[in-house]
Ligand binder design. Structure first.
Ligand code: GRF
Length: 190
């Protein structure tokens, strides 16, 4: 069974999933492998990591397309070439059209750096600090057509410490993302 992972940037969540898959031998134990990593940005740092592991990579620049629907349709063609059992959004910074979400409904996961349903959207850590939250975190969820919505699969909480900046919070949350995203993917197949 193939997993396709979509990234836009550093790809540390993608790398955490790939490393866990290797360490736990998902190929032998679950019949699951990360077949491809796709990015909408050629400069996404995670691409080099995937290539070094022998994983197929592909860049599809959204700027070359006239509409979101046209980009998403081409993205679906690229993804479906790998016949994925699961599509994993890992820091993929594009809002996906309803057509895309419908096509992968039930086999499309996302990670969001907040304790959903609190703080959907961008700048979650700044907003959590401004709201005076004492705990923040991350959520892995099934993707539905509402932004940062859909059934919650995994969550992790971390405390907000005195003097925290948004950057400090983001780093603390990210270490937890690297634990819960591989766990959610493993559970999807178990
Ligand atoms: C993560 O914080 C993720 O929750 C958010 O974007 C960041 C991606 O980081 N959506 P990386 O590309 O996985 O390193």
């Amino acid at each position: 069974k193939n997993i396709v992972i979509l990234i836009s940037g550093g790809g540390s969540n993608m790398a955490a999933i790939v490393r866990t898959a290797e360490r736990e031998d998902w190929e032998r134990k679950l019949g699951v492998r990360v077949a491809a990593v796709l990015s909408n940005r050629a400069d996404a740092g995670g691409l080099a990591f995937a290539q070094a592991r022998g994983i197929a990579t592909q860049v599809l620049d959204h700027k070359g397309f006239g509409s979101r629907e046209a980009f998403d349709a081409e993205l679906v063609r690229c993804i479906d070439a790998y016949a994925p059992a699961l599509v994993v959004l890992a820091g993929f910074m594009r809002i996906l059209s309803a057509g895309f979400v419908d096509h992968y409904l039930g086999r499309l996961l996302n990670i969001h750096p907040s304790l959903l349903p609190a703080f959907p959207g961008l700048h979650t850590h700044e907003r959590a600090l401004a709201a005076g939250c004492r705990f923040v975190g991350a959520t892995v969820h099934q993707v539905t057509s509402e932004l940062d919505d859909g059934p919650i699969l995994e969550q992790a909480a971390v405390p907000v410490l005195d003097g925290d900046t948004a950057q400090a919070l983001a780093a603390r949350v990210l270490t937890q993302e690297h634990l819960i995203y591989p766990r959610a993917v493993r559970r999807f197949f178990k």
